[in-house]
Each structure stands twice: as structure tokens, then as C-alpha cells.
Design a binder for this molecule. Structure first.
Ligand SMILES: *Cc1c(COP(=O)(O)O)cnc(C)c1O
Length: 459
């Protein structure tokens, strides 16, 4: 492809993307294809000869779009948001175009220094402990996903206790509402036990049950190494009691990791920080700008209160990576902060989103989503056909039909089959409920009104 052709096709694709943003509401929110439908449209074998690029662009509409579920629809209420935004999309393009590998400071100083500075901005914007800034003992690093961040926190926790200990005997504690990525992290890290601690009626971890479980494990000769608290669980956005858990972690010398994958974005607004007290007593914290902060997937942030144990666990310096800046210890080499060596320039999109919207506009967006969630929740509460299933501290509303599980599941299926919205049917302890997550970049009150009309119609 010549530079001229690249320019022409690039412009055509920007036009295509701009049109997509304008017509996203015309598609059924959930893809309607059956398994195998898309694969059948592709030839069995790769082409021997290159094809004209026009044909590739045409196939976006013919082959790709029928198989796309529209996470960028303002009527996207399923799972959590995975927001894209124009400045973030453009930053992704630049990052791909530069094609740099930011594994060491020296392999592209801009990638490292922008990441460092922007994560420091976020420490202040989110009211996180000052020591997590890069000039403190801690620091932040962009990862692919919250699952990766949690996995790494567990690897560090395991290494801390390695003296004479077998990882099969180690125990990590989470609430029975915690995201499955924590159990998976234990499996990947070879940690023997992931204990699910009982939760209270608001789905938050019961600290008394945590303490009892730790004591019984110690009595059986096991080695507790870490506890993971949730600020906003995936099922219901429940918030674990951080101060009590921090006390217990302190008494038993456990690594305390906080999973705020979804709710971390809300911490841009001071009024939500009541949900994360005692952060000055936790060891690591993760959240996903790729959920609610308008940064395209993938972009996760992991902060540690002390970067030394992280780097001791993950640093390796083979001769091929030696360079003066690293040897002088003047710079951060982010390859020591995660499992992969290579890394994309993800900081660019975080930087551009924060600069382009400004902190105030991002806060306004969070507040508007939470206000819409409060509005929906009060409509649900005042309708005798429905009941709220859980508190709604952020912008996720969980509700059910009073007629029980079957009626609730039928309602969720009817909403999704309508093609007009997407919600997530879920279940905790045998009770079915519907999750409505409000937070897509362009969701407005009219989308909530339309959703409510559908709920009313199908109930
Ligand atoms: C979404 C979510 C995760 C997993 O996030 P990934 O970035 O997809 O790995 C983990 N924990 C919680 C609480 C979540 O909501």
C-alpha cells in the first residue's frame, strides 16, 4: 500500500467509523447470528494473492457487522460498559501507527514518561494515597486487564511468603461475591486455596467470617497470604468493608489487594470515596479505565503502595536488554511490572481522554449515569410488580419481578430479544435478577425512558 493509498483508505475508514457512531442505534444491540454464521462467509483457505483494500472495507458491512454486539450503543445496559470515545479511538490509531514497543524506558521514553505522569494525575484525581505516585515508594502501571493486575498482586503476595513455604499450602481470601478472575489468578499462580468468605445481606464480605476462616486455616497448618477486597462487585456492585479487612490483613500479615475494576472510575467524584476508606492501609489497587472512563478496551491500571516487592518478583535482566539508562537506575522499565515483555503505548489514549474531556466533564458523566440509575431504581421501587435486589451505590441497578425466578428470567429474555436494549440476567444464591448497568458514553435520559417502557410492556 503506497502512502497515497494509505491516506485514501484511512480517510474512508474514519468516515465509516463516524457513520457507525451515528447509526449505532439502528442495529439490534445484541448480535442476532447463530454459531458458525460468520465463519461460513469466510473462505476455507487464506488468499494467495493480495486483494484490493476496497474489498476489505466492503466486508466490514457484509461479514463483520452482523456478528457485532453493540457495546457502544447507548441502550447497552449489559455487563458493565466498555466505553470507546472519539479521542480514545484516535489515540489507538496513533499508537498502532507508531507501532512502538514500550518495554524499556529506552525503547520509547515518551511511552514510559507519559504513562508515569498520567497515572500520577489519576492518583490525585481519584483521591488515592499520595505515596502511590511515581516519586513515592509506590507507583502505577497499565495492564491489559483487571484479571492480569490481580494475578500479579497474588504472585507478589506468594513471593513475600516463600521462605520455607509451599504454594499448595497458601490461602487467598475473597468474598463469595468476588470476581472469578481472583480464583483464576490463584490457579495461574499455583496458590493452593482460594477461600470464599460469606457475605452479608448487602453482599459485602463478613469480616467475622474472614477472621474465623483465617484462624481455622492456620490451625490446619495452612498459610494465609492475601485477601482481596472488592469495591463494587461484578454481580451487584457490593462494597467490602475495607477498614475491618485492613485490620485483619495487618494482624495476619496478609497482602491486601483491592479490586475496583468497575467502580474505580466513580472515585473521580469525591462523594463516592466513602466507599474506599483505609486505602492508606492496602498494598495494591486496580481499576479499569476501559470500563467506565471512556478509554477503549484494553486499559487497566494497577497501583502498588510499595513497588519494591513487585519488582523483586518480576525483574529479570538478560544481556540483550541492558542499557545505560536502566543501569543507572534513573528510569522506570515497565517490563518489570507485568508478565509480558512487550507493551503497547496504551497511555496515549488515557492521556488524550483526560485532556480532551477534562476531569470536570468526566465527573459530570459519572454523576449523570448515577443519577439515571437512581431514577430507574425509584421507578422500580414504586412499581408493585418489581423489587430491587441489591443496593445501588454506583450506576448498576439490580431488580427482579416479584412473581419469582421464572418471570424474572422471561422478562430479561424478552428485553434482550427485542433487539432494542441489552441487559444481563443473573443469579445469586438461587435468586434470579436482572442487572441494568448504566454508563455507556452516550446514554441519556431518553434511553432510560425507553428501557422503562419496555420493562413495563414485557413485565
Ligand atoms: C470486570 C471486572 C473484572 C475483570 O476485568 P477484566 O479487565 O476484564 O479482567 C474484575 N473484577 C471486577 C469487580 C470486575 O467488575
Amino acid at each position: 500500500m503506497s502512502p497515497e493509498e494509505f491516506r485514501r483508505h484511512g480517510y474512508a475508514l474514519i468516515d465509516w467509523l463516524a457513520e457507525y457512531q451515528q447509526r449505532v442505534e439502528d442495529f439490534p444491540v445484541m448480535s442476532q447470528v447463530a454459531p458458525g454464521d460468520i465463519a461460513r462467509m469466510l473462505p476455507e483457505r487464506a488468499p494467495e494473492e493480495g486483494e484490493p483494500f476496497e474489498a476489505l472495507i466492503e466486508d466490514l458491512d457484509r461479514v463483520v457487522m452482523p456478528g457485532v454486539t453493540h457495546w457502544q450503543s447507548p441502550s447497552w445496559f449489559a455487563y458493565f460498559p466498555a466505553n470507546a470515545s472519539p479521542p480514545s479511538i484516535l489515540a489507538e490509531m496513533v499508537s498502532a501507527g507508531l507501532g512502538l514497543q514500550g518495554m524499556l524506558w529506552s525503547t520509547s521514553p515518551a511511552a514510559t514518561e507519559i504513562e508515569m505522569r498520567v497515572l500520577d494525575w489519576l492518583v490525585d484525581l481519584m483521591g488515592l494515597p499520595h505515596g502511590w505516585r511515581s516519586e513515592g515508594p509506590g507507583g502505577g502501571v497499565i495492564q491489559m486487564s483487571a484479571s492480569d493486575a490481580t494475578h500479579i498482586a497474588l504472585v507478589v503476595a506468594r513471593r513475600r511468603k516463600r521462605e520455607g513455604a509451599r504454594s499448595e499450602n497458601m490461602v487467598v481470601y475473597v468474598s463469595n461475591q468476588a470476581h472469578f478472575s481472583i480464583e483464576k489468578g490463584c490457579t495461574v499462580a499455583g496458590i493452593g486455596h482460594c477461600r470464599k468468605i460469606a457475605a452479608d445481606e448487602a453482599f459485602a464480605m463478613d469480616p467475622g467470617a474472614l477472621r474465623a476462616s483465617i484462624e481455622s486455616d492456620i490451625e490446619s497448618g495452612l498459610l494465609p497470604i492475601a485477601v482481596v477486597s472488592a469495591v463494587g462487585t461484578t454481580a451487584t456492585t457490593a462494597v467490602d468493608p475495607l477498614p475491618e479487612i485492613a485490620d485483619i490483613a495487618g494482624q495476619h500479615d496478609l497482602w491486601h489487594h483491592v479490586d475496583a475494576a468497575y467502580a474505580g472510575t466513580a472515585m473521580l467524584c469525591e462523594e463516592f470515596r466513602v466507599h474506599q476508606p483505609a486505602l492508606d492501609r492496602v498494598d495494591s489497587y486496580t481499576f479499569n479505565p476501559h470500563k467506565w472512563m471512556l478509554v477503549n478496551f484494553d486499559c487497566n491500571v494497577l497501583w502498588v503502595a510499595d513497588r519494591a516487592p513487585l519488582m523483586e518478583a518480576l525483574s529479570i535482566l538478560p544481556p540483550i536488554l541492558r542499557n545505560a539508562a536502566t543501569d543507572e537506575g534513573q528510569v522506570i522499565d515497565y517490563r518489570d511490572w507485568h508478565v509480558p515483555l512487550g507493551r503497547r503505548f496504551r497511555a496515549l489514549k488515557l492521556w488524550w481522554v483526560i485532556r480532551s474531556y477534562g476531569a470536570q466533564r468526566l465527573r459530570d458523566l459519572v454523576r449523570s449515569h448515577v443519577a439515571m440509575a437512581d431514577d430507574l431504581a425509584s421507578r422500580i421501587e414504586s412499581d408493585p410488580r418489581f423489587e430491587l435486589f441489591a443496593p445501588h451505590p454506583f450506576a448498576l441497578v439490580c431488580f427482579r419481578h416479584v412473581d419469582g425466578n421464572d418471570t424474572t428470567r422471561t422478562l430479561a429474555a424478552a428485553l434482550n430479544d427485542s433487539g432494542k436494549v441489552a441487559v444481563t440476567p443473573s443469579e445469586v444464591d438461587g435468586t434470579a435478577f436482572i442487572r441494568v448497568s448504566i454508563g455507556q458514553t452516550y446514554t441519556g435520559q431518553r434511553h432510560i425512558d425507553a428501557l422503562w417502557d419496555l420493562i413495563d410492556e414485557f413485565a
